[in-house]
Write a protein that binds this ligand. Structure first.
Ligand code: NAD
Ligand code: ZN
Length: 363
């Protein structure tokens, strides 16, 4: 597999996305002139900088001046405090409207870095260089940026598209196996909603993927990113098409809230969400054999046991979901492996299914 480049057209122009082995080297010819003779802010966190900052040295050669900005590692980076500190450092360093910002890191650095780029002097051009599997297949693509409030995750944000996304496979080699397993749930989500061949790739190569096999991983990243790019290009601002990406996330988010974000990982929560969407899908159009295949694959990925969950508590949280509408909750349901649709379901009907789902899968 070699690096692939895909273009995402949107309201403000085009984002070119390079994905796979050699992506950094391949992107350099186009990205260097964009950085040429400018002040370039590089946003990263300490652990990522230590592991991978040197990988982008030659890319940054063209810059007149490189200013390193550091954010805390992990979710705590996504705060107004970080944005205030970064923007002040940028002013002090002489940042201008035509300065550039380059983000090196996972989804947290990407979200706060993108938000900062979108706000600073009302917006400067930026590039995403995602270093986690989750960021390469999901967070770095699509222009959603956000910070958290103490009251709510991702509550304040902007749609602001990066100029470039460079997803080099070299970064994935240092990821812990658990980070790969968690991100695989998003890959499976994407396969179910839009790419049957990707689903079959994960089915046939799950063990290799979990072991971080670079070849299969590169194929899976390219296919997953391609589906997301296609959806975002068709629907940048979250109409029905983009909502498909929320497959598995309605129950998933509620589980994270009820069980606790520190207790249940996002990927596992989405795994349960996908199982439940499959149950609801079967009540709709999803055929039994496809539903069975989805269950079998998710079963092989290993989900933690959940104890003592009440359907009512989850239902309350889902009703407060930021994606809920007045009329009820729009559910994304698989109609087949490789296709999904948004269906509005009455709360009572879902609660009923949820109660029996929990009896079946919770100890
Ligand atoms: N904007 C979007 O569309 C979107 C989509 C999905 C998720 N997100 C956001 O993404 C965030 C989660 O992203 P994440 O899972 O990448 O988390 P993260 O950015 O916190 O990274 C997880 C950990 O991996 C480490 N790490 C990063 N790259 C590494 C590498 N190459 N090798 C070894 N370790 C490395 C980091 O230091 C960090 O400790 C959440 O805040 C979520 O809300 C955003
Ligand atoms: Zn997710």
């Amino acid at each position: 597999v070699a690096a692939q480049s895909l273009d995402l057209s949107h309201q403000t122009g085009t984002t070119r996305v390079w994905i796979g082995p050699g992506a950094l080297a391949q992107a350099a010819a186009e990205v260097s002139p964009w950085l040429g003779r400018r002040k370039v802010f590089v946003v990263s966190s300490a652990p990522v900088r230590k592991l991978h900052r040197r990988s982008i040295d030659s890319l940054l050669d063209a810059a007149a001046d490189v200013v390193e900005l550091e954010v805390p590692d992990g979710e705590s980076a996504k705060s107004f405090a970080t944005v205030e500190r970064l923007t002040r450092e940028m002013v002090i360093a002489g940042g201008k409207r035509d300065s550039r910002l380059v983000i090196l890191g996972g989804g947290t650095v990407g979200d706060v870095g993108g938000f900062t780029a979108g706000c600073f002097l009302r917006g400067i051009d930026y590039a995403q260089i995602p270093t986690t599997l989750l960021a390469q297949v999901d967070a770095a693509i699509g222009g959603k940026t956000a910070v958290n409030l103490p009251e709510a995750k991702n509550a304040v944000g902007l749609f602001v598209q990066p100029r470039w996304v460079i997803s080099d496979d070299r970064f994935l080699r240092t990821l812990p196996p658990e980070a790969i397993r968690q991100a695989l749930f998003e890959i499976v989500k994407t396969a179910i909603l839009g790419d049957r061949a990707l689903f079959e790739l994960v089915e046939s190569s799950l063990e290799k993927l979990l072991a971080g096999d670079p070849e299969v991983l590169a194929q899976a990243v390219q296919r997953t990113a391609a589906v997301k790019i296609g959806i975002v290009a068709a629907d940048e601002r979250e109409g029905d098409r983009r909502r498909l990406l929320n497959l598995g996330h309605t129950l998933g988010h509620a589980l994270e809230t009820v069980v606790g974000h520190g207790e249940l990982a996002h990927g596992d929560a989405v795994g349960y969400g996908l199982l439940f969407a499959t149950v609801l899908g079967e009540r709709n159009q999803l055929a039994g054999p496809d539903a069975e295949r989805i269950r079998r694959l998710l079963g092989r990925m290993g989900l933690p046991r959940l104890a003592g969950l009440e359907a009512r508590a989850l239902s309350e949280v889902m009703a407060r979901d930021k994606k809920a509408r007045e009329s009820g909750l729009a559910w994304v349901l698989p109609v087949a492996i490789g296709g999904a649709e948004v269906v509005e379901l009455a709360r009572g009907a879902v609660d009923h299914e949820l109660a029996s789902f929990l009896e079946g899968s919770v100890e």
